[in-house]
Design a binder for this molecule. Structure first.
Ligand SMILES: Nc1ncnc2c1ncn2[C@@H]1O[C@H](COP(=O)(O)OP(=O)(O)OP(=O)(O)O)[C@@H](O)[C@H]1O
Length: 499
């Protein structure tokens, strides 16, 4: 077990590495406000974050890297978790009030966190002073009427979430996989008549959905500053709705959303299963569309594949333009690396290293960008030139993870081989136990080893329903728990697939 001093020293080392990898702006905005809280058994480091928005952002963007770096320092660390700490929120809030924020058009680098937290999206033409956390519409009444700690109010101030100044159209590289989504986003950003409503952008993790939404917002601020634009995550929408319910202030909540010209909700899959939030979301959505206001939604899957969201909502979400962002191809990855390298200072990264990265880091753009940052940070830190060998050494974990991506088709083939059944039978409607059990195993492994959704997996198994996949997953879990030799079979299949 590490002692307190070691623990603090490890945290300092982790931060130092991250500062080099992420650059000063990103570090100041997202990592510096974190505080070390505790090492909880078994091996979980708990970090304090000032706001829940920040917790969500840091968790989705930096948690993997934080965990990996912690592990390098303290091998017993298996997980990094985050906890919102009100004391820090109060500090962040105080800072937010104090820091004047420059007009967004002038923002080239990242804004300090406190300033960003204070940046409401609506009304770009306001004077600078108005960028202090001024509540939109009736939110002021909410704040005055209820007695909650200042920090809690502050976090809610401004319905929208802050925008990342790096996420503009200028910084977005267009390729085959994202050209439709990009063209649609550009069209919406013209701010003229609403052509398709909603615009539904979907695609896998880290492929640029948030980037495009922020780019629309930045562009609109310049072209149509009179328009009221709100961007926020579905989680934040949910949080605000629940808060309004708790404080019996749903009228104000409705008002602030229904008076916008353009509403963007990111990662809408997160409202799945939350019935009352879904209902409110649906009403807000309908009210805006009926009044010809533009709604833009993003999700990690298509409207029809949104599990846990009511059918009427799913179908309504698909009424406008549904634009998917496909996984990147080699050319696009190379183009993105070339564009990102421009912002990384004077360090020389030979083209063949960029080509190597574009070939090998295929999972998503966020990882690709992270890989480039790591290589450059390492080169700067140890004063070595950037070479393919060095990139291989620095990115061992990432390269291994990218090599290990398993497809559903591979799983089906391997499972069919293992149990000696024909692939066609595995995908057929046959219910005989000799085929049905291997089919369930393959569905289970598909759920475990790929990022495919349940409906997608169902479709790959002869067009079955997602409930069949859920049933298969549960069945295999039960069998694994009850029968150790069955468990060993599944384990060896998993190892073969991951090898
Ligand atoms: N075409 C692109 N050109 C330049 N940068 C890109 C492109 N696509 C993605 N990125 C970058 O990749 C990173 C991840 O993108 P983003 O956060 O928009 O992904 P996302 O699809 O919203 O992911 P998530 O599902 O996790 O929310 C960002 O830094 C973004 O700038």
């Amino acid at each position: 077990m590490v002692n307190h001093q070691q623990f603090e020293a490890a945290w300092t080392a982790v931060k130092k590495r991250l500062r080099l990898e992420l650059g000063d702006n990103t570090f100041q905005s997202w990592i510096r406000p974190l505080s070390l809280l505790e090492l909880r058994a078994p091996g979980t480091v708990v970090l304090g974050v000032p706001t829940s928005f920040m917790r969500d952002y840091v968790r989705s963007h930096f948690a993997d890297r934080l965990t990996a770096l912690w592990r390098t320092e303290e091998p017993e660390v298996g997980l990094v978790d985050f906890m919102v700490t009100p004391r820090m929120a109060a500090t962040a809030a105080a800072a937010a009030t104090a820091v004047p924020v420059p007009p967004p058009a002038a923002a080239n680098g990242s804004l300090p966190l406190a300033a960003r937290a204070a940046l409401p999206l609506a009304g770009a033409a306001r004077p600078a002073a108005a960028y202090a956390p001024a509540p939109i519409g009736a939110t002021a009444a909410v704040s005055a009427a209820v007695s909650v700690p200042a920090a809690a109010i502050r976090e809610d101030v401004g319905v929208g979430a802050p925008l990342d100044p790096r996420f503009t159209f200028d910084n977005f590289v267009v390729g085959k996989s994202n050209e439709l989504a990009h063209a649609a986003a550009r069209r919406v950003a013209e701010g003229e008549a609403v052509k398709f409503n909603p615009l539904f952008l979907y695609g896998g993790v880290g492929l640029g959905k948030t980037h495009l939404m922020h780019a629309i917002a930045w562009a609109l601020r310049e072209k149509a500053p009179e328009k009221k634009v709100i961007y926020l995550s579905a989680e934040k929408f949910m949080y605000q709705f629940i808060r309004a319910l708790r404080f019996k202030d749903t009228m104000a909540f409705k008002e602030q959303f229904r008076s916008v010209d353009i509403l963007m909700i990111d990662d809408v899959q997160f409202i799945s299963g939350k019935d009352s939030t879904q209902e409110e979301f649906f009403h807000t959505f309908n009210a805006l569309v009926d009044h010809n206001r533009q709604v833009i939604i993003s999700a990690d899957r298509s409207p029809t594949d949104l599990e846990g969201i009511e059918e009427r909502i799913r179908s309504r979400l698909g009424w406008g333009l549904v634009a998917d962002i496909h996984p990147t191809d080699y050319e696009l990855r190379l183009g993105i690396l070339e564009q990102k390298i421009e912002g990384l200072g004077p360090i020389d990264v030979p083209r063949r290293v960029l080509e190597f990265l574009a070939h090998r880091i295929t999972s998503n753009v966020r990882e690709l960008e992270g890989a480039l940052n790591r290589v450059v940070a390492f080169a700067e830190l140890v004063g070595r030139p950037v070479t393919i060998d060095m990139a291989q050494e620095v990115l061992q974990d990432l390269l291994r993870a990218n090599d290990r991506r398993v497809t559903i088709e591979e799983i089906q083939r391997k499972v069919a081989d293992y149990y000696g059944v024909r692939l066609n039978d595995l995908l057929s409607a046959r219910r005989a136990r000799v085929v049905a059990r291997p089919r369930q195993v393959a569905m289970y492994l598909a759920k475990q080893l790929t990022s495919r959704s349940l409906p997608e997996i169902g479709r790959k198994f002869g067009g079955r329903d997602h409930t069949t996949v859920i049933h298969a997953v549960r069945k295999i879990e039960e069998l694994c728990a009850a029968d150790s030799s069955f468990h060993d079979d599944i384990d060896s299949l998993r190892r073969m697939l991951e090898a």
